[in-house]
Design a protein around this ligand. Structure first.
Ligand SMILES: C[S@@+](CC[C@H](N)C(=O)[O-])C[C@H]1O[C@@H](n2cnc3c(N)ncnc32)[C@H](O)[C@@H]1O
Length: 259
C-alpha cells in the first residue's frame, strides 16, 4: 500500500469516501468511554496515533489540552488533518509512523490510538505499543480501541479463518485479537491494564450508523453508497462477513498505565 495517497481499495477509505467519519469498530460510544477513561486535562500533553479523519482529535481538542500531537502515516490524511486543526496552536500533526514517532522519551501524559493496531502484524503491534510506552511519562495512560474476537478460548483455526476472511473483504491485513491477547500485548511491554470496555462490532449497522454520524449524514452516506455501485458491492461484502461472524467479533477499548 502507498502511505502517500489514500488507497481507495481499503475498506476504511471506501467508507470514508462515502462520507463516513467514524471508522472505529466500537463507534462513538466506545470512543467516548475511552476518552472519558483517559480523563483529558488542560495540563495534559497528548499524542494520538493514526487520527485518520480527525473525529477523536476534534473531541479531544474541545477539552483544550496543553498539547496535542497526531501521528498519521498516510500523507494525504495527514495533510487533511493539518487543514482541519489549522488555527489550534496547541495541536500538531506529524506525517510518520506510530512505530517511530521521533518524539522525546517520557514527554506525553496520555497516548491513544483507535482502529490502527488491528491492521498491523503482531510484531508491529508490539513495536507501536513499545513506542507508546517510551513516549509516555511514568503513570501516563495509553488508550486503545480495536477490533476484538470473543471468547478468549476461540478455536485457533476458526480465529485464523475469521482473520483471513476479514483481510480479504477489507483489503487490509486485519488481525483482531481476543481480550486476553490485547491485554497480554500491553502487559508484555510493561503496561498495567486498568480498564476494559466492550461494545458490539456494529460498524455497518443502521442503528450504529445513525448514532455515530447523525441522521442527516447517515442518509447522505446511504445515498452515496446507492449511487456508487463499485463501493456498494465492496461494502455489501464487508457487511456479509461482519454479519457472518457477529457472534465472535467485538470491539474493545482498553486503558493501560505505564507503571
Ligand atoms: C481504520 S483508520 C482509523 C482512523 C482513526 N483512528 C479512527 O478511528 O477513525 C486507520 C488509520 O491508521 C493509519 N495508520 C495505519 N498504520 C499506521 C502507523 N503505523 N502509524 C500511524 N498511522 C497509521 C492509517 O493511515 C489510517 O488513517
Amino acid at each position: 500500500m502507498s502511505n502517500k495517497t489514500i488507497n481507495t481499495e481499503q475498506g476504511h477509505w471506501i467508507l470514508a469516501n462515502m462520507g463516513k467519519r467514524v471508522l472505529r469498530p466500537g463507534g462513538k460510544e466506545l470512543t467516548l468511554k475511552l476518552v472519558n477513561g483517559l480523563d483529558v486535562k488542560h495540563e495534559d500533553a497528548l499524542v494520538e496515533f493514526a487520527p485518520g479523519m480527525g473525529f477523536t482529535a476534534s473531541m479531544i481538542l474541545k477539552k483544550k489540552p496543553k498539547k496535542y500531537i497526531g501521528i498519521e502515516l498516510n500523507e494525504e490524511a495527514a495533510a487533511r488533518l493539518k487543514i482541519k486543526i489549522n488555527g489550534t496552536p496547541a495541536a500538531t500533526i506529524v506525517n510518520t509512523t506510530a512505530a517511530h514517532t521521533g518524539l522525546e522519551d517520557s514527554s506525553a501524559d496520555k497516548v491513544l490510538g483507535e482502529a490502527m493496531l488491528t491492521m498491523q502484524v503482531d510484531d508491529r503491534k508490539s513495536e507501536i505499543i513499545r513506542e507508546a510506552y517510551r513516549v509516555l511519562k511514568r503513570g501516563g495512560l495509553y488508550g486503545i480501541h480495536e477490533l476484538g474476537l470473543t471468547p478468549n478460548e476461540l478455536d485457533p483455526q476458526f480465529k485464523s479463518s475469521i482473520q483471513r476472511k476479514l483481510a480479504q473483504v477489507i483489503r487490509v491485513n486485519a488481525r483482531p485479537l481476543t481480550q486476553k491477547e490485547w491485554c497480554g500485548l500491553l502487559e508484555n511491554e510493561g503496561f498495567k491494564v486498568k480498564e476494559v470496555f466492550e461494545s458490539p462490532m456494529h460498524l455497518l449497522k443502521l442503528k450504529r450508523m445513525i448514532a455515530d454520524e447523525g441522521i442527516l449524514r447517515a442518509i447522505k452516506i446511504g445515498f452515496n453508497i446507492l449511487t456508487h455501485p463499485d463501493a456498494k458491492r465492496r461494502i455489501m461484502k464487508m457487511r456479509k462477513i461482519f454479519k457472518k461472524y457477529e457472534d465472535h467479533m467485538t470491539a474493545y477499548a482498553i486503558i493501560a498505565e505505564k507503571i
